[in-house]
Design a protein around this ligand. Structure first.
Ligand code: UD1
Length: 453
């Protein structure tokens, strides 16, 4: 399959437009299942994950029409608009072949059972960043009255009498996906639902905003306590997907790691507090202005830092790998502690092959800064790990070849085009000859299940 070839060592300079947020867009698309009226979503990123979920939704009976700028050469073209309409739910089954491609497909469960009274969704497959169960989603739906059965790799949920009943749900561990699933389900349940220990991520607030436009009554979005008044039906709405704070954070690190200066147009600075604080602490200049978020590290030797991932507003686990790449080249030692997912240090062996000095003990990694990284062929194992290798490649001496690009294509819209436009020497090299047929493309099962984030 294709690879990315990077000649490192160029300081990036210029402007990158930040796309719509993948992790906001996925639940928003699932919200279309809650109504027979159209849901118009604009600023949707062009990503493999969006297309995959679109396929799952179409299978369930959602009609999807896509509009917007063509996928041309302009890296700053705006995102697409899609109209999703679930006039009728034609089947309540989301099959294994579709769900295994993307764990976020589990987000159809809540809306389906709430609207249709019944849902049968394949259990998501294994995942490269740890064992990611869905017990919290199921427990929450059971608290809303759903009868849940697990059989033959499927979860089957039924609402007695065809409708869920609002109630008090406490999610024991903060979970973004479980909060989203339950918020959507509660919007159509009978009576009031209170979700305690809810996730507070900006993507949750965006979903609440869209559900409110559809006619739902939700209070407390952005706090750990959500109050939702269920209603009988939801209507049409238009909603613009928020900008991707993780994409913006990744390019902010690209500016810092190359000693460059980037302006990130549309970057959601207000949702990036922990990441921007960490960049400033490392020595980068950060300034939010009219034209976007400016990050500069020109002439700066970055300093090491200690980072601990946490639910929002803490430091996001989805930025951990990218910061590790940066800290590998910082002065002194850094300690990175991952508290959200086990087994999320799979970029470490690859960074080490490029010359990094990293020592992992349990959920912590100690990074000792080195003077330089050397380009090497590397293999990315999940989405954000892939981005950390791109970042390391941009700063490394010589050539880095990144294989298994399908992870990056799942989560970064036109990555190489955006980076080329700000001075990176990066190109996509198509697979040739034999390798193409033998390769690890998205059609291979490993790639499809090793997804997420
Ligand atoms: C979402 C994001 C992902 C991000 C993660 C944490 C999407 C599509 N993905 O994933 O990019 O890294 O939030 O910010 O938005 N857990 C359970 N049982 C459950 C559900 C979760 O034990 O039923 C655990 C997980 O294994 C993990 C923790 O809870 O340890 C947080 O996971 P969660 O917030 O649910 O992540 P996702 O919603 O899957």
């Amino acid at each position: 399959m294709d690879s990315l070839v990077i000649q490192g060592g160029f300081a990036l300079k210029g402007t990158i437009r930040i796309s719509g947020a993948k992790n906001a867009a996925l639940p928003l698309m699932c919200a279309s299942l809650l109504s027979d009226q159209p849901l118009e979503l604009s600023n949707l990123p062009r990503l493999a994950d969006i297309a995959t979920l679109g396929g799952v939704l179409e299978h369930l009976g959602v009609s999807i029409t896509v509009d917007g700028a063509e996928d041309g050469e302009d890296p700053r073209a705006v995102g697409r608009t899609a109209i999703l309409q679930a006039s009728d739910v034609s089947t309540a089954t989301a099959p294994y072949d579709m769900v295994r491609k993307m764990r976020a497909s589990i987000l159809v469960l809540g809306p389906l059972v709430a609207r249709h009274g019944h849902a049968r969704v394949s259990l998501p497959g294994g995942c490269a960043i740890g064992n990611r169960p869905i017990d919290l989603h199921l427990k929450g739906l059971a608290d809303l009255g759903a009868e849940i059965e697990l059989a033959e790799g499927y979860v089957e949920a039924r609402a007695p009498g065809g409708r869920l009943t609002g109630g008090r749900v406490r999610i024991p561990t903060v979970s973004v996906g479980a909060t989203e699933n339950l918020m959507m389900a509660a919007a159509l349940a009978r009576g009031e639902t209170v979700i305690e220990n809810a996730a507070r991520e900006p993507e949750i607030v965006d979903l609440a905003c869209c559900l409110t436009s559809m006619g739902a009554t939700i209070e407390g979005a952005g706090t750990d306590s959500l109050h939702i008044q269920g209603c009988e039906s939801l209507g049409a709405a238009k909603h613009r997907v928020i900008a991707d704070r993780i994409e913006a954070g990744s390019y902010a690190v690209a500016a810092a790691i190359t000693g460059g200066e980037l302006t990130l147009e549309d970057a959601p600075a207000e949702a990036m507090g922990a990441v921007l604080d960490a960049l400033v602490q490392a020595g980068a200049e950060v300034e939010a202005g009219e034209s976007g978020l400016r990050i500069s590290a020109r002439g700066v030797k970055l300093a090491g830092l200690d980072i601990r991932t946490d639910p929002y507003p803490g430091f996001p686990t989805d930025m951990q790998a990218q910061f590790m790449a940066m800290l590998v080249l910082a002065g002194g030692a850094s300690v990175i502690t991952e508290t959200i997912f086990e087994n999320r240090f799979m970029h470490v062996p690859e960074l080490t092959r490029m010359g990094a000095d990293i020592n992992v003990t349990g959920s912590s990694a100690t990074v000792r800064g080195v003077d330089a990284l050397k380009g090497a062929p590397v293999m990315a194992t999940d989405l954000r790990a892939s981005m950390s290798l791109v970042l390391a490649g941009l700063a490394a001496k010589g050539e880095t070849v990144i294989n298994r690009l399908y992870h990056l294509d799942r989560g970064y819209e036109r990555l190489e085009k955006k980076l080329q436009a700000v001075g990176a020497n990066i190109e996509r090299r198509p697979a040739e000859g034999l390798g193409k047929g033998l390769g690890e493309g998205p059609g291979e099962s490993e790639g499809e299940t090793q997804e997420q984030a």
